[in-house]
Design a protein around this ligand. Structure first.
Ligand SMILES: [Zn+2]
Ligand SMILES: [Zn+2]
Length: 148
């Protein structure tokens, strides 16, 4: 079984993921761009049971970025760690930037390209999706095994 580890910038918080990541997308939505200070956020959804904090849980801070979505970050160094969902407590959203190994799966495409940064040009041939939600539902159904 795949095992991945990650940590925040100050290294006070560390986590591990045991199992496969769900489908990986580059999200170009304005919230991800602002949260990460970057052109896009590369992220995957995994089942909550595959994710464990291994140290520093007491350093976590949380921010509701929308009614159901909570962004979890390090209160010391500000690193973006995971997203949790009030309406889907069984899932965790993970940005790949903090992961220390190469996962078994690759980026599948770009989502929310309609709100892409005007200064960033997508130059790969991966599929681009204007409407994220239908796509995510489709891939979540396809990869339900990965999310359980
Ligand atoms: Zn930190
Ligand atoms: Zn986003």
């Amino acid at each position: 079984m795949q095992k991945l580890t990650g940590k925040c910038l100050c290294e006070g918080i560390a986590y591990e993921i045991n199992g496969e990541l769900g489908p990986i997308f580059n999200c170009h939505c304005s919230k991800c761009r602002r949260w990460h200070g970057a052109a896009f956020r590369t992220r995957a959804t995994i089942g909550r049971s595959k994710f464990n904090w291994i140290r520093g849980e007491e350093l976590l801070s949380r921010y509701h970025s929308s009614a159901d979505t909570v962004k979890v970050f390090c209160s010391v160094c500000g690193s973006n760690l995971i997203s949790t969902y009030d309406n889907r407590p069984d899932l965790v959203g993970v940005p790949l930037g903090g992961i220390e190994q190469a996962p078994n799966n690759q980026v599948e495409g770009h989502i929310f390209v309609g709100s892409k940064s005007p200064w960033h040009e997508i130059i790969d041939d991966l599929p681009q999706y204007e409407n994220f939600h239908e796509k995510v539902r489709e891939v979540a159904d396809r990869s339900r095994a990965n999310l359980d």
